[in-house]
Write a new protein. Structure first.
Length: 151
């Protein structure tokens, strides 16, 4: 198995961080690039918005604020937990998380996706994002069990 590039998608939850030891171990063993991805939900394109209609400018401001916070959090994670990996690359995207994970893997030529089996929004053993990624990715997906508790 030739692993040069790993993708770890995170929603910054405790569950997502369960995959970090595996990402770090693979990254150190194979001396890979580690791509870390956070996806901002595109609230402006929800089918049934519970929050009311927001104008485009307001949505852009929300996305800019969340992107700034996400980049800061990604810096902290990479500095604290991935220092043994030779190269880590941070990505922030806006849209459907499963689609953006798959798109990033394809665009960046990644070899493997390592992610938690569920993130912060799932109350079941396997989250819908993990399920969609596992079923549709063109590269291997390693899912790491997460605790079945609210995060």
């Amino acid at each position: 198995m030739d692993v040069r590039k790993i993708l770890w998608p995170t929603d910054f939850s405790k569950n997502a961080s369960a995959a970090l030891p595996y990402v770090r171990s693979l990254g150190e063993k194979y001396q890979t690039e580690v791509h870390v991805l956070y996806v901002i939900d595109d609230l402006g394109h929800q089918e049934d918005p519970w929050y009311g209609e927001l104008d485009k400018r307001h949505m852009e401001q929300i996305h800019q604020w969340e992107e700034k916070k996400a980049k800061k959090r990604l810096d902290e994670i990479c500095d604290s937990y991935l220092e043994g990996c030779p190269l880590f690359i941070k990505h922030v995207a806006v849209g459907d998380p499963a689609k953006k994970i798959i798109e990033t893997a394809e665009k960046e030529g990644l070899d493997i996706i390592v992610m938690a089996s569920r993130g912060r929004r799932s109350h079941f053993g396997f989250g819908s994002v993990a399920e969609k990624v596992t079923k549709n990715a063109t590269v291997p997906v390693v899912t790491v069990p997460a605790e079945l508790q609210e995060t």
